[in-house]
Design a protein around this ligand. Structure first.
Ligand code: WAQ
Ligand code: MG
Ligand code: MG
Length: 259
């Protein structure tokens, strides 16, 4: 038994690897002890091989020991918003972004970026400057992939039962990512919906408004999905990206947090 911790990550594509123009199918990241690496690898392989975006013909799995100390965070508080149409869902998303302090012109710029075909099919997130709405990461169609984060399965299950949330890997991954992202003081909001054609629920999240789930942000069958992080200041980009990619985060929920 060691107390070393490892980051295991996977990316899968169809039509060749991502960097050779393949279509992104699936990605995943897990933090595990040495003795749980095998299970983590199996879980990631299964995720990619049974994906609704299609069967991959390229997959890469990689792991490495994490040398940095782990930060522990309580999951963001959850609000469920039920909407009847994509239009209503998207209007609510914009309203929530404004509540986080993102000005309307920047929100419009975000939606212009989303509408561009070259930004469809990214495996990571776009970073946008809050005030100008300009994209500030230089990661092109790859985007910034948040990694080195996880949430113990048993602790997540307890939380999900109490919150009446689905006990799915997808929800666990989304709350984990949103909590890690929101806890950075320079990131004021996140907008997300899935690129999986069979999943239409998305969210807006921030430290201020918590995880605001929106039941419908796109139509079934649509393979366009996104993650956008709005950052206050474009100057410390390298430090945000280091935080998102490299600094290990584990969620932990205490029953008496009552969040
Ligand atoms: N880091 C950065 N961006 C990511 C990451 C990551 N680790 N994982 C995914 N993305 C980006 C990428 O551009 C994908 O195309 C997009 O997000 C959607 O990813 O019911 O399932 O994993 O409360 O398909 C949210 C609602 C589900 C969950 C989100 O996203 C709920 C989802 P997906
Ligand atoms: Mg995912
Ligand atoms: Mg997906």
């Amino acid at each position: 038994m060691g107390n070393k911790i490892f980051n295991i990550r996977m990316r899968a594509a169809k039509g060749g690897p991502h960097e050779k123009g393949g279509k992104h199918i699936s990605g995943g990241e897990i933090l595990a002890n040495y003795e749980d690496i095998q299970k983590a690898v199996n879980d990631l392989v299964e995720k990619a091989l049974t994906h609704s975006r299609g069967n991959p013909d390229f997959m890469q799995i990689q792991f490495e020991e994490v040398q940095m100390p782990v930060q522990f965070l309580a999951p963001l508080s959850i609000t469920a918003n039920h909407v009847l149409s994509v239009r209503e869902g998207q209007q609510l998303a914009m309203q929530l972004l404004r509540k986080c302090g993102v000005p309307s012109p920047s929100i419009e710029k975000a939606y212009e970026l989303i509408a561009q075909p070259k930004n469809v099919g990214m495996r990571g997130a776009m970073l946008l400057h809050v005030q100008s709405g300009e994209r500030v990461d230089n990661r092109g169609e790859k985007g910034v992939r948040v990694s080195r984060m996880d949430w113990d399965a048993a602790n997540f299950e307890k939380w999900a039962i109490r919150q009446e949330m689905p006990r799915s890997a997808r929800v666990k991954e989304a709350i984990t990512l949103a909590t890690k992202v929101a806890s950075h003081p320079e990131i004021v909001a996140e907008l997300c919906w899935s690129d999986d054609p069979d999943y239409i629920t998305g969210y807006v999240a921030s430290e201020k408004i918590g995880y605001q789930r929106i039941s419908k942000l796109k139509e079934f069958g649509d393979e366009r999905g996104f993650r956008i992080f709005f950052v206050k200041d474009a100057l410390n980009l390298d430090s945000y990206i280091h935080y998102l990619e490299k600094e290990p985060t584990l969620l932990y929920w205490e029953e008496d947090d009552e969040k």
